[in-house]
Design a binder for this molecule. Sequence first.
Ligand code: GTP
Ligand code: SPV
Ligand code: MN
Length: 644
Amino acid sequence: MASKKSTTCAATCKTVAPTAAAKKNTLPTQHEELITWVKDFAKLSQAKNVVWCDGSKKEYKEMCDALVKAGVFTPLNPKKRPGSFLARSHWSDVARVEDRTYIACKRQEDAGPMCNWIDPAELKKTMTELYRGCMKGRTLYVIPFSMGPIGSPIAKIGVELTDSPYVVVNMHLMTRVGTKVLKELGKNGEFVKCLHSIGSPLKAGQKDSTWPCAPLEKKYIAHFPETSEIWSFGSGYGGNALLGKKCLALRIASNLARQEGWLAEHMLILKLTSPQKKVYYICAAFPSACGKTNLAMMEPRIPGWTVETVGDDISWMKIGADGRLYAINPEAGFFGVAPGTSMESNPNAMRTIAKNTIFTNCGLTDDGDIWWEGMGVPAPDHVIDWKGVSRKPTVNAKGKKVFLDEKGEEIKVAHPNARFTAPAAQCPVIAAEWEDPAGVPIDAFLFGGRRPTVIPLVNQAKDWTHAVFMGSAAGSETTAANLSAVGVVRRDPMAMLPFFGYNAADYLLHWLTMPLRTSEAKLPKVFFTNWFRKDGKGFMWNGFGDNARVLKWVCERIDGKGKFQDTAIGYLPTPDALDMKGYVDGSGRTAGELKTVMATLTSVDKEGWKKEIAAVAESYAPFGNKIPFVLKAKLAEITAALNT
Ligand code: GTP
Ligand code: SPV
Ligand code: MN
């Protein structure tokens, strides 16, 4: 399976004890700490052999071919979807497992009430026993990877050890992998140790399944922030297994960022250019499956404005010599939500995934292409669903083609958290500077979430403390991106709830100290947006390309222009402040109805806000005195303003 160029320890090196000669000649690194760590884990996991990934195209191709041979990948029709594959996960292993995700630091107080905690020594003991023999019959792949352009002063190196070839090829697309990273690491560079096993050893002669994994109670996604280590066991899916993403780039990095005075955030990065060719860089923190990928590569529905993409999920930001915040996208690919992606909702995502893409848990059509709900093409007359079952649609009472299971209940052909993995460079609107090691200077932050009621379309923070308060107060209806209830509003401060690497109260304090590292005037202007307000007719705001109208107002505010009202909760646009030229209401509202809707979206629902503020206060309660006093003061200030 490995390319010949990859350095393969002899299959017999059960304990992988490299001789001095092997160290010098065979292994692609002379980094003693790395070599010893790999050797020790190969011994513990009893892997059949060890392969050091070189990151080459040849390696990628050979591993994809092997995955096809093993029945894990279905190659898609090369005429329709060249270089692309479909994988189906086990039905139980379809999303991040937040309840099995741990921050294991010495003091529970340092993890705080928003993180699951286990004592690190205890967790390491438990997991060491899980790892013992866990790779029997399997290959251990060593994946050296860089989060961020190699050599960027903001980038970090990780090494993932995994027994999942699916993870290797996904890491190839999502990060910068291979020998070039080892070269950058040198003999004693720092790296984050990332252990991963699907937790499904193979007995001699045992036939492998196409998606081996461990049962939920044995899954652990563990982080040891004090030693910057990641130990993941039992899952092969997404953020549970592609350890550069949420585990390193958010949970471990948020910790490092706090120590080193920078920010690691669950934010897209976009470049917006006005008709006057003025460039603005904007980061937006929306919870999982709440529209980051959509906004990051949106086609503005107002003439003259363009959006280009720098990143769609994670932003690492450091203060530059001029005192401004500079952001890099630590990733090299997109791991995007497939259902709902269409030429209507996200044409640039559709163009990005036209080739060289790995699809997971989508439907398979008879002509060898993929299909999902909301793809904007009619349901096929026959399809293999994400569980591998052959399905034919029936027409329901409303005349819509639907797929029913054996009990006659409607099912989805694609899992709601089905995803595509595609190289960012394939995005037709990728910004030329997306890999600039220096990053891009950020003008604005947006926070947001799915809020069917109360929260206005856009609201500007009055100052930095207010901005941090706004971020802390973010909430959203839950989505299929994690394995718990979908559709209930939960607090998700700064869209980081599942990704905090330390006590969220300390995290808010870290944010509050940012002006001390530069000056408040140099920090981005901050806004709260909500595309998801609903009335009897459905969404009150079209969203998608029309969100450019909100971005235009944001730019006006950055430039100290734009009509606004000073309210108890922040600066809201006046009802006529947004450029609505050419806006056509997607739910068929009349001009009169639209006027009422815009007035609602740009006003303060006082009673709703009183409840909202009470809910925010409640969310602070578990932190006790750790919540920074200024945030409680802001809460009191807004409460008072709402009561006058
Ligand atoms: P992760 O990759 O999970 O972090 O999420 P993401 O924030 O990148 O999610 P993505 O952009 O893929 O979100 C997709 C979902 O958001 C789909 O259900 C879309 O229909 C919905 N969505 C995105 N933008 C809008 C919008 O402007 N309005 C509405 N109503 N829905 C939107
Ligand atoms: C998210 O859930 O926010 C994602 C997908 O971006 S995953 O990488 O699985 O976390
Ligand atoms: Mn995400």
